[in-house]
Write a protein that binds this ligand. Structure first.
Ligand SMILES: Cc1ncc(COP(=O)(O)O)c(C=O)c1O
Length: 401
């Protein structure tokens, strides 16, 4: 029995450390090829530009950049985020619809905290982003899954479930969705699908939390406009992040939402951390203004497209034909479905012994199903590591069959 347990709140008992995280921690500093993380390739960081901007910010704005600032974000960055949003197709918004956060993780944390009560009916994709699921799990809602197909979430399934819930007199609070280059599935929902989801939200009166972490990182074809761009009712709350397009170490993300929601988030954030660091906000605002992000994006997309191709090619070569996997059009991950008898949670320790790490897919299912799936990252490892690691992993899967 842990010594201080009796002093902890009931809510903190819902925060569990996962055996998987503990296992992966053991690999730190060891000679393991890791497909487990979700790190950008550090060669994509525009360090020289950030250095110049930092000097400029300190020369010109030090009295504000090193000072406390507004909870919703500095005006300069909110203004630039209106511009950046319009480049993703979101128009008809003002600075008042923008709220700056410490990464999009904090955005999701605050949104789910101000919106979700225990037992609320909420929909998530199966699979969905692990860290968002963990925030939601701590809210103790009634989860419902929207199975992911190769074309994105299965909206027929969603509609059937919505009908059923309505017939039982049950209301739905929200749907959390990553419609573009989904993590972990790698899928993108079509424009028609986006319109249909909005119609369903309107008909069954629920909110959509749209996580657009990879919207700027689509490297095959166009990146469809976010659902937020189609939203006329203010039903969609959009989250974006600088982590994949500039640098995650700046810890900057943002929310685009109706002003009423923004005001609630503001009240909540005052309790969390008062405001997002002023200094990094000035840097990000200047980076948008100087087109550092836009100029860097083609290079990032090209690099990840190349690494994705190396990974898919290696999987063709080394994975058994009974396995299948996503062909991501963007983002940083491939998701693989192995024969049913393979349990990727159990297989992980053998994989680590053989020098390769992945995240078992069950972590991405709200109900921990998907025991035969895995998520593998291609943005961080080198091409050589991808080849060698996939060879090892493919052999392991064959040995387990
Ligand atoms: C889908 C998705 N949403 C949100 C995040 C959170 O990222 P950050 O807090 O760095 O913005 C991530 C990070 O990997 C992600 O993959």
């Amino acid at each position: 029995m842990p010594k201080w347990d009796k002093f902890l709140s009931k809510e903190s008992s819902l925060l569990k450390t996962s055996e998987i995280r503990d296992l992966l921690k053991l690999t730190e500093g060891k000679n393991v090829i890791s497909f487990a993380g979700g790190l950008p390739d550090p060669t994509t960081f525009p360090a020289e530009d950030i250095k110049n901007i930092t000097d400029y910010v300190l020369d010109n704005y030090s009295s504000r950049a090193l000072q406390y600032s507004a909870t919703s974000g500095i005006p300069e960055l909110r203004k630039e985020l209106v511009n950046l949003s319009s480049q993703r197709g979101i128009s008809n918004i003002s600075e008042n619809n923008i709220f700056v956060t410490v990464g999009s993780q904090e955005a999701l944390f605050m949104l789910f905290n101000i919106m979700v009560d225990p037992k609320d009916n909420i929909f998530v994709e199966t699979p969905s982003y692990l860290a968002a699921l963990n925030i939601l799990r701590a809210r103790n809602p009634s989860f419902h899954g929207i199975p992911l197909t190769e074309y994105g979430p299965d909206l027929d399934s969603l509609e059937n479930q919505l009908k059923k819930l309505a017939s039982e007199g049950k209301k739905v609070k929200l749907t959390y969705i990553i419609p573009t280059a989904q993590n972990p599935g790698g899928t993108t929902l079509s424009l028609e699908g986006r319109k249909r989801l909005l119609e369903l939200a309107s008909k069954y009166d629920f909110m959509i939390v749209e996580d657009d972490a990879y919207g700027f990182l689509v490297f095959d074809g166009d990146s469809p406009a976010p659902i937020k761009a189609l939203d006329k009712e203010g039903r969609v709350i959009y989250t974006g992040t600088f982590s994949k397009i500039l640098a995650p170490g700046l810890r900057l993300g943002w929310i685009v939402a109706d002003e009423e929601i923004i005001q609630e988030v503001e009240l909540f954030k005052q309790n969390v951390d008062l405001h997002t660091p002023s200094f990094t906000q000035f840097i990000a605002a200047e980076a948008i203004k100087r087109n550092v992000i836009q100029n860097n994006l083609p290079r990032i997309r090209e690099l990840y497209r190349k690494k994705r191709d190396v990974m898919l090619h290696a999987m063709e070569q080394y994975f058994p034909k009974e396995a299948s996997w996503s062909k991501p059009v963007g983002g940083m991950f491939v998701f693989a479905w192995l024969p049913q008898k393979i349990d990727t949670v159990k297989m992980l320790s053998t994989a680590l012994n053989r020098g390769v790490a992945y995240v078992p897919g069950s972590s991405f299912y709200y109900d921990y199903s998907g025991r035969n799936t895995m998520r593998i990252n291609f943005s961080f490892p080198t091409e050589e590591q991808i080849n060698n690691g996939i060879k090892t992993l493919g052999q392991l899967v064959k040995d387990e069959m």
